[in-house]
Design a protein around this ligand. Sequence first.
Ligand code: ADP
Length: 426
Amino acid sequence: MTLQASLQKLRAPWVERIARELASGEGVRAGFSEQLVRFYELLEQTVMTGDTAWLDPILYDWGRSPTETNLEEAGYYVSFVVNRMIALTIEVARENLKQKEALVLLTAVIPILTHSLSVVVRYEMETRVAHISNELGKTQEKLQRLDRNKSNFISVAAHELKTPLTLIEGYASMMVDVVQASSQPLMDEYLNGVETGIHRLRHIIDDMIDVSLIDNNLLTLNFQPLWISHLFTLLENEMRKTVTERRQTLDIHSFEGSDLMIYADSERLYQALHNVVSNAIKYTPDKGTITINGRLLPGFVEIVITDTGIGISPEHQATIFEKFEQLGRADLHSSGKTKFKGGGPGLGLPITRGIIEAHGGTIWVESDGYDEVKLNGSTFHILLPSRTEPSDPNMLKFFGEFDADKKDIETEASAKENTPTDKPAA
Ligand code: ADP
């Protein structure tokens, strides 16, 4: 019997056997049988012509056929069917043909079926990848919407909270006056407690507003000439009481760059440094040391704040600059802003990063990991552009150094911004 005759003889039992094994239910089986007949005809064409392209259209249809449910369940159904088809073809050939004829047929058919399997796997994989990236796109959209909602919520909540807080503040300060006049010592203590609470709440609300400003790119900076060493002096004065209470050492070095006059927003920069230094105090046990140092780099001033505290694990280092990263750790929340390990709502570092980045700088942390016994410590690096010119040309005029027209100033300012010098411009 010729190969063509063997193929014809095998068609009916092949379709019947595969449909019976692989399709459950009468309705499904009828449709599936039609598909199998079409496939078998194309298989015959392929055997006769030696061109596998005959099978491509049906394999393409099959590979693209998985339904949403199939894709959700993540099974490779079509590949499974074709795979099983290979095994069943061998069985059907053995049962219906003489041994030699079966061998000839299988030698011709099996390579084609194997090729079909690889094509179907590729199409099915492509369908699945398209499905996954579609799902990813949808999830990303949802996440962005969620993030926007969260940011809107923070902004609305912060503003709503501010009004009653101002009222409470007003009444509390009136009560202080009344109590002081009537000299009742216990009331004095209670009112101190109320004032501390108000102060803390105001701080949290201000942080919430700052986060929403940063999130919405609304943080505006007021660039003014400043010396970083002045900010350090302010910090030292503000932190002195806490550092003494905690018997810690705050070691502030002067370095090349700390006395350089740069343009920055002094209030915001102070806020950023304050956050990092008060964290260093918070996460360092009593008697520890916090060191502030730095160096001048080409175009940048680097400020380095090192502590001898509990350190930060590598996973945590990657997330501490994300907002609300600390929210899950309710065990660490505390009302004491400088108490050892007294965590807050986790807004300090995201705000710090927002401020530094708004200046065109960057912040990162290095630590050998979290260990409350070994005390690996942490080192925060802040890289700040050593901007020796105001970004706003009008300010140049204000400082009386330049009288050129706006265009000239802009050209000159941008040229200088690319090649920063150590010398103050004003
Ligand atoms: P929080 O209000 O919790 O202090 P931050 O944004 O200021 O929020 O800091 C986020 C988290 O980063 C902290 O809760 C703490 O776990 C970790 N962290 C920050 N600074 C230090 C530090 N110097 N040493 C150890 N951990 C730190």
